[in-house]
Design a protein around this ligand. Structure first.
Ligand code: 5AD
Ligand code: SF4
Length: 475
């Protein structure tokens, strides 16, 4: 596609995208002139940290195209939805949202609606949107978010609906603009995709096979973020402990952590997610010797029953999980362990749930996300027999939730009276005389202070545990 001045877009990335950002910026300016107001955009993100990170990149691109962010989705001229398809309720939520936009859209016929992310990697979702939601102008997937400006140009120049979804990843394109949601903390992708094929999970199909980023690029990104004022980085991957697998001469995840630790200005390091089958002693040792790695490990259990774990293709048993959790508790006593649990997997019985509750009690999780199993088209579990009834699921889900809440309340209470370093994230939503911050172990504390502390790390004494958060006072 050539522009009006007959320039030819560069063939290599990221130069090609900078060319399109420039072109889109001009086209949008013309559109703003015609509409007689400057154009705004809004991004709505569904799902996980990976999507949040992708949204920051797309925010950066739109910002660079000269658009202004608008807090209210309904008022924005350009709206982008970054979708999630991990469970069916995520899909339904999005369709509902899009439906309500359909009505409101009559008030803003000039609006451009873009949809991207995991749902768009599923052909039946794309079909449903094309057939049922004519307000959508641009669709793309998870592998080509960096092409947002190019797709926008295509739409603006042709006036037509544009769809570009790749069924497998292309090159990893870095160095495109990104804009942080919080100026003091940032996610950093260290790998993309997943190779584990847990039988219930759609991620390997919509995010593709595992690809690790070059360690040098990861460190450069951390250095750049630190120079821009970022204090906390969250290293992101579906299974960070397999970082570098299959790449010749690539360093391991614990080695990568040591490198990030050396980056001046970065004061806290988090990572997400750890698959229990790959969490190594090396990682525990590196955490022990580190003053920057936060005391928090998210270690998805999924089920406490070895039989169900096998059917899930998780590749560890109940006993192996318990042994690993005990090692973490012994070696890193201040570290919180959080988890994900699925209830209602095909063939699951109350005895299996008893095993899950047994693990919850033995590990005493600091926090857990509990999900009802949701069959995903194309995954092996979707065609497994023995789906439990809704009534059974409701009852067993409540049993699991009660156990989880009891344990996390117990664990949270253990820190009363201690002094913790806290990264202040913002003014408390409940009480504007308080700020809210996060401790190294990921617990939230609210304490009296003003906005000048946002983005700073300070010592806070924990006075009162209110279930899952604390009220504290600054020292
Ligand atoms: N149904 C329910 N929960 C799921 N998860 C992933 N796939 C499904 C599914 N099909 C949960 C897992 C995972 C978390 C991100 O989402 O617990 O760890
Ligand atoms: Fe899904 Fe399993 Fe990969 Fe996690 S490790 S993204 S649950 S396939």
């Amino acid at each position: 596609m050539k522009d009006q001045t007959n320039r030819i877009p560069p063939a290599t990335e990221p130069e090609r995208q900078y060319y399109y950002i420039d072109l889109a910026s001009g086209l949008l300016k013309e559109r703003a002139g015609r509409l007689n107001h400057s154009l705004t955009f809004h991004v709505t993100t569904f799902g996980c940290q990976m999507n949040a990170k992708d949204s920051e990149k797309m925010y950066g691109i739109m910002d660079r195209m000269g658009l202004t962010y608008c807090e209210e989705e309904k008022d924005a001229d350009i709206v982008l939805f970054n979708t999630c398809t991990i469970r069916d309720n995520a899909n339904q939520k999005f369709y509902g949202h899009l439906g309500s936009l359909n009505d409101k859209n009559h008030r803003n016929p000039g609006r451009i609606v873009m949809v991207c992310g995991c749902m768009m990697q599923e052909p039946e979702c794309v079909k449903r949107i094309i057939e049922g939601y004519r307000i959508v102008n641009i669709i793309f997937g998870t592998h080509n978010i960096y092409k947002l400006a190019e797709l926008m140009c295509e739409h603006l120049m042709s006036g037509r609906f544009v769809s570009d979804v790749w069924d497998r990843p292309g090159e990893i394109v870095e160095d495109i603009p990104s804009r942080l949601k919080y100026p003091f903390k940032a996610g950093v992708n260290i790998m993309y995709g997943c190779n584990n094929y847990c039988t219930y999970c759609i991620v390997p199909y919509v995010r593709g096979p595992e690809r690790s980023r070059n360690a040098k690029d990861v460190i450069c990104e951390c250095e750049k973020l630190a120079s821009e004022g970022v204090k906390e980085v969250m290293l992101l991957g579906q299974n960070v402990n397999s970082y570098g697998n299959g790449i010749k001469d690539c360093i391991t995840f614990p080695e990568l952590l040591k490198e990030v630790e050396r980056v001046e200005g970065i004061e806290r390091i988090r990572f997400m997610t750890s698959h229990p089958k790959d969490l190594s002693d090396d990682l525990i040792n590196v955490m022990k010797g580190s003053s920057k790695i936060c005391r928090h490990i998210h270690l998805p259990l999924q089920s406490g029953s070895s039989r169900i774990l096998k059917a899930m293709n998780r590749r560890y048993t109940k006993e192996q999980y318990l042994e690993l959790a005990k090692k973490i508790r012994d070696e890193l006593p201040q570290t919180s362990i959080t988890t994900d649990i699925i209830v209602g997997f095909p063939g699951e019985t109350s005895e299996d749930i008893d095993d899950t509750i047994d693990v919850i009690k033995q590990v005493s999780f600091d926090g857990a996300f509990t999900f009802v199993y949701s069959p995903r088209t194309g995954t092996p579990a979707a065609s497994m027999p023995g789906r439990p009834s809704g009534e059974w699921i409701k009852h067993e889900f409540d049993r699991v939730l009660t156990a989880v809440q009891e344990e996390s309340r117990k664990r949270a209470g253990l820190f009363t009276g201690s002094i913790q370093d806290v990264l202040v994230e913002g003014i408390s939503e409940q009480d504007p005389s308080l700020v809210s911050g996060r401790m190294s172990n990921n617990l939230i504390v609210h304490f009296p202070a003003d906005a000048s502390l946002i983005g700073k790390i300070c010592d806070v004494k924990l006075i009162d545990c209110r279930g899952f958060y604390y009220i504290g006072e600054r020292l």
